[in-house]
Design a protein around this ligand. Structure first.
Ligand code: GCW
Length: 683
């Protein structure tokens, strides 16, 4: 009864029979020989997928040597699996990895793994191959995830609202309770697992009154039921906690991390959590950040705060994920010395080596806040003795709020490929966050989810590609943004070549288009305060949030250089520091992030700053208009209702892009008094 949009990339739409998959008998039954809920869930998924894709049932049956089948099992526990996999290669399969092999003698496709989680990933891989029409007659695939932690952060509140959510209400909470649409939650777990995600924190990092009690016996029985659903798909559950819980929930008089009663309170609470959820992942914490409580209140630092929780979690193998989004959000705009971009590094770098080994610092991809363009956070790799993970934002807070199309995988790829140069060439962010660079025990990816209870999960149908792409990239950062886009399109809409190319081109151009009509040259913000949608050039200019552009009649930009600015550039290593510090060498797209320059400053492109602002904004709005025409080509090639929904959003985007264009161009024309060389209409 669900729509194609709801089924998303797990639609298992019928593929043309007779071509590749003529050996139907190969898929005629599914064999499992272990009593394991997770393997059972995987087998059910496989059976459902095959029935959809091939139009014939694939029932579960017992293994009989010589019968055609797909066999699933962990090594050493299944006759079929052990018959197919007898070689050394298996030693390379880690806890979540798998092998898929076609054995034509035994007439069997075998998916073997060292744990049941690997079977889940293996099954989704095989289903993906079938759905993409890839030949499965001679498979020999071995895969391990590159990143250990591949996490989703929900910013859901228990009243059912979602902070920065653009796709409806929470699927987890309503009316200050955990809600029970278990089918929907299970389908979310399937979507996440199929893309490679293995962890989820279900509540907002801003933990308010009721949510603070999620770690107590009042809510733990319900939280445990959610954990049960996610566990079936290899996903571990985490909770965000309120640093001040000992006070607000426990009735203590302090939350000082060095106070023994406080430590004891957390130990008891964590013990209760593990009694309810033995494989609980751990705690996610936003402390001393944007008015949230934290160790600073007690004159302690972030190592004291996180180690207190780490100590409580340690006996159970749990981790503390401690966010580095710590900055002064009550800054005076007159004060030119305080630089929000510096804050994470300044706060955390000096603490390197002080964190317990089950603390992971979660660092936003950039130093400010998920803007369409920012440099990479200089904190990555800069803490040799500390576990780090990266935080992306799938939800499009600053990138069009799922009303504009903005495929973010290309942005994430750029961040991951960035070479920090911390130990010379080859010190890329992806190697820092996969743990190999410093040999960390814990590391990985986190990202803020973009889903809600909208029928299509993400509001804008094309925003599903960001959720899918995030998981795929977390599993393997080597995948290209384009390959991921194409996969998503084929799985979601089928393989019509014109359709695939058209949607792929829309996705691949979308980030650049959004960037070109919004805040120019890396300066960021220029959005309406609070809700962050739509243009407002001075919206944050005289606020306390530390996000300024400093435009006057002569020029624009933030001087973050060593000699005359905030000195932020010195947080980068070697050639990166030199490049960013120099207005001549700084990449154009980040120029105004690092430098305050006259409007007549010449970019590396040869254009002046002002002319580049005019050009990108006229072109950007025009290209947004062009997306509508591309989408029109797809009429008749997909479900009418879905086609219309996206067409509506693209129309809104085009109108809204004009608004951006005109406000930005007019603002800078009035400030600078410099005319557009092309003589276009500016108001
Ligand atoms: O991007 C900003 C958002 C806040 C958010 C904060 C954070 C959860 O505007 O809504 O709060 O970042 O990451 O903590």
């Amino acid at each position: 009864h669900h729509s194609d949009a709801y089924r998303a990339w797990l639609g298992y739409r019928r593929i043309a029979p007779g071509e590749r998959y003529n050996q139907y008998e190969l898929y005629s039954s599914i064999v499992i020989s272990e009593q394991d809920d997770r393997i059972h869930a995987a087998a059910t998924e496989l059976s459902r997928g095959i029935e959809g894709l091939l139009g014939q049932p694939a029932p579960l049956s017992d293994y009989r040597n010589g019968d055609a089948c797909i066999a699933l099992g962990t090594f050493g526990h299944s006759a079929a699996i052990d018959e197919v996999f007898q070689d050394e290669a298996l030693a390379k399969i880690g806890p979540e990895g798998y092998v898929i092999r076609t054995n034509s003698t035994l007439r069997c496709i075998a998916i073997g793994a060292s744990s049941s989680a690997g079977i889940v990933y293996g099954v989704f891989h095989l289903l993906r191959l079938l759905a993409l029409g890839i030949d499965v007659e001679a498979l020999d695939i071995a895969e391990n995830p590159v990143n250990r932690l591949r996490m989703i952060n929900q910013w859901d509140n228990m009243d059912g609202s979602v902070e920065r959510g653009y796709a409806g209400r929470s699927i987890f909470f309503a009316d200050n309770r955990i809600t029970w649409d278990s089918e929907r939650i299970r389908d979310y777990a399937r979507l996440l697992a199929s893309s490679g995600v293995n962890a989820i924190s279900i509540n907002n990092v801003n933990v308010h009154r009721v949510e603070s009690k999620l770690v107590t016996t009042q809510f733990l029985p319900d939280v445990a039921k959610l954990a049960d659903i996610f566990r079936l798909y290899g996903i571990r559950l985490f909770l965000s906690v309120n640093y001040a819980s000992p006070l607000e929930v426990g009735g203590l008089s302090t939350a000082d991390p060095l106070d023994t009663t406080v430590r004891e309170w957390w130990r008891t609470q964590v013990a209760e959590v593990y009694a309810a959820i033995p494989d609980f992942g751990g705690l996610l914490v936003k402390a001393d950040s944007e008015n949230r409580p934290g160790p600073f209140t007690y004159g302690r630092d972030h190592a004291d705060g996180s180690n207190m929780l780490a100590e409580a979690l340690k006996p159970y193998g749990g981790v503390v994920i401690w966010r580095c989004f710590v900055y002064n959000c009550k800054q005076d705009w007159r004060d030119r010395k305080t630089d929000r971009a510096r804050a994470a590094y300044d706060h955390f770098k000096p603490l390197d080596g002080k964190f317990m080994d089950n603390v992971i610092l979660q660092v936003k991809n950039g130093p400010i806040d998920f803007q369409v363009r920012e440099p990479v956070s200089p904190l990555f790799g800069a803490m040799e003795a500390t576990n780090q993970m990266i935080e992306f934002q799938i939800t499009q807070e600053y990138t069009g709020q799922q009303r504009h199309v903005c495929y973010l995988v290309p942005q994430w790829k750029e961040v991951l490929e960035f070479d920090t140069l911390i130990k010379g060439d080859g010190s890329s962010v992806k190697r820092v966050v996969d743990g190999s660079f410093h040999g960390n025990a814990h590391s990985g990816f986190a990202a803020v989810s973009n889903i809600g209870d909208d029928e299509n999960w993400t509001g804008h149908l094309l925003a599903q590609a960001n959720l899918y792409g995030y998981g795929r990239l977390a599993w393997n950062p080597e995948l290209s943004a384009e390959a991921i886009a194409e996969e998503w399109i084929r799985l979601s809409f089928g393989g019509d070549e014109q359709l695939v190319h058209t949607i792929r081109d829309i996705l691949m151009s979308s980030w650049g288009i959004y960037e070109s009509y919004t805040a120019p040259l890396g300066i960021g913000f220029m959005v309406n305060p609070d809700h962050h949608y739509g243009p407002n050039v001075d919206g944050y200019e005289y606020s306390m949030w530390g996000t300024y552009h400093f435009a006057d009649c002569h020029g624009i930009g933030v001087d973050r250089t060593k000699a005359t600015g905030t000195g932020y550039t010195a947080q980068y290593a070697g050639a990166n520091m030199e490049q960013y510090d120099s207005p001549a060498n700084c990449p154009d797209e980040l120029l105004l992030f690092f430098h305050h320059v006259p409007y007549t400053h010449r970019l590396q492109s040869g254009k002046t700053v002002i002319q580049s602002i005019y050009d990108t904004h006229f072109e950007g709005a025009e290209r947004a208009e062009g997306l509508k025409a591309s989408w029109e080509l797809l009429e008749g090639k997909m479900d009418r209702e879905l086609h219309r929904q996206v067409a509506d959003r693209l129309a809104e985007q085009a109108t809204h892009a004009r608004e951006w264009r005109d406000q930005i161009n007019t603002y800078f024309y009035r400030k600078s008094g410099i005319v557009d060389q092309a003589g276009r209409l500016i108001y």
